[in-house]
Design a protein. Sequence first.
Length: 286
Amino acid sequence: MRAICVATADGKSAAPLPHTVCTRRCRLDLIDSPTQLFWVQPNLLLYCDDFRIFTIPVGGEPELLGREPGSFEQFSADSAGDRVAASFSNCPRCAGPVTVLSAPAGSLVGRVGGKKLDNITPNLSPDGTQVVFVRDYADSSGRTKGIWTASANGSHLRRLVPNGFTPLWSPDGGTIAYWQSNALRLVQPQGGASKTLVRQGVDAIFGWSPDGKQIAFQRRGGLLEVVDVGTGKVRKLLRLRFAPSVVWSPNSQELLVKTQPRASNRCASLWRLPADGSKPQLLRRC
């Protein structure tokens, strides 16, 4: 049996959501190929598979978010959870715009970036009025046109930096973090000189803490670390394996991590990690 489940913060009382349960013999596209699942409003989940985005009201039936064509690889929501920015799949000759939709209605807010380039990895500003994203050539060359910003309706398109990936808006909307040449860098949304926060060995950026004071990232070799944005001080937390998922708690004191900390055990684990580096808590294995 497969299902989308909810649980209490201590990992207990896990229960499947109604209308998302399916046995191996039934066909339920909603949970066949999960890529993203976010709780964006008190009673609303957003879910993305390899091609579509669904809204899942808690206790209600999943529904497609809008009727926009295309293969949506990744999406982000604003802080209120009432707007979603989604990108086309990042593959050769799959050029397409970032699509901004309202939630949960699914009405079109805007298309950003045009159809000649891959416009990918979008991240909405906290107020939902702007989007930052990467633009690559739609071929197998690997060439990039850098990180760009635009209004959610598609206007005011401008390049922010000539090279970079995984742009993430800070919770207050005043800074954008991004990855470039194994470094974690910061730049203001209006442009200007960027600042290097972590100089080397960065493999991936997971996200800002809700209070905007820290950023979680993965170091080369699979080590999860957090960096203090104000001081640049780095703290090691846990060694990761197998494409982990990392999210911050609302109070910025902890991270919830799905990972595989030991190579000898192939079963994915769910961990609760204090951001201050104190002892992690194993919530669930398998």
